[in-house]
Design a binder for this molecule. Structure first.
Ligand SMILES: *[C@@H]1O[C@H](CO)[C@@H](O)[C@H](O)[C@H]1NC(C)=O
Ligand SMILES: *[C@@H]1O[C@H](CO)[C@@H](O)[C@H](O)[C@H]1NC(C)=O
Ligand SMILES: *[C@@H]1O[C@H](CO)[C@@H](O)[C@H](O)[C@H]1NC(C)=O
Length: 189
């Protein structure tokens, strides 16, 4: 009897916790002010030119063929793409995205991506590493797993959204939301 009551209380608590999480995550575009937490928010544009900055290394085995937006399941792709300050490829180059993606959706639209983004911004130089799922035609969030240089210990996420998928060069908008934990801001400035 006491145990089942405990279980019920636990269930209610868990449910409350889960619905709170769901509520707060649906509002993630509003910027909460993290008191005392150093953060940086900015956007860059990544340009990828097939057979010049990005190549299919291993052909996939199932699902749709290679098109502007799809690659067969299992395709291994590698890239070293320039990142500029506006959607115009000729705008100022401030970053390089190097990485790989493997098509993980049988629909040919989803992949798992790993990338190191080297940045040379006005006040911050270094790299951040990201990993996560990418959707070829929809915005995707990638967790930041860490960084080097001025981005040492950095956390947060980047959102990648397609801007232009037509032509030999495709462009993605990359929104960075970076947060330094307290122990990182004490060791670097
Ligand atoms: C890229 O190179 C591959 C292999 O040489 C070729 O099959 C493919 O047609 C090329 N793609 C484009 C868009 O030029
Ligand atoms: C991109 O920038 C160049 C150089 O500033 C300019 O000539 C060109 O028109 C721009 N392209 C677009 C699509 O705005
Ligand atoms: C860059 O650093 C300078 C001097 O330290 C500071 O005045 C400026 O506000 C900083 N700019 C940004 C965008 O953080």
């Amino acid at each position: 009897m006491a145990l089942s009551l405990q279980n019920r209380v636990l269930t209610v608590l868990l449910f409350a916790l889960l619905s709170f999480k769901a509520t707060s995550s649906s509002h993630h575009h509003h910027h909460h002010h993290h008191q005392g937490l150093k953060s940086l928010h900015f956007s860059l544009f990544q340009h990828e030119t097939i057979n010049r900055t990005g190549y299919i290394i291993v052909k996939g085995v199932a699902g749709p063929g290679v098109s502007q937006t799809t690659t067969p399941f299992g395709t291994l792709f590698a890239f070293q793409d320039p990142m500029t300050v506006t959607a115009n490829r000729t705008s100022k180059l401030v970053g390089i995205a190097e990485g790989t993606s493997i098509t993980s959706g049988l629909d040919g639209l989803r992949s798992i991506s790993i990338a190191k983004i080297t940045l040379r911004l006005k006040n911050h130089s270094g790299s951040i590493s990201i990993v996560g799922g990418t959707h070829n035609i929809k915005p995707s969030d990638h967790p930041v797993v860490g960084g080097t240089g001025d981005f040492l210990f950095v956390q947060g996420y980047v959102t990648s959204s397609p801007v232009n998928l037509k032509g030999l060069t495709v462009t993605y908008k990359i929104e960075f939301h970076l947060y330094w934990p307290p122990y990182a801001t004490h060791t670097s400035s």
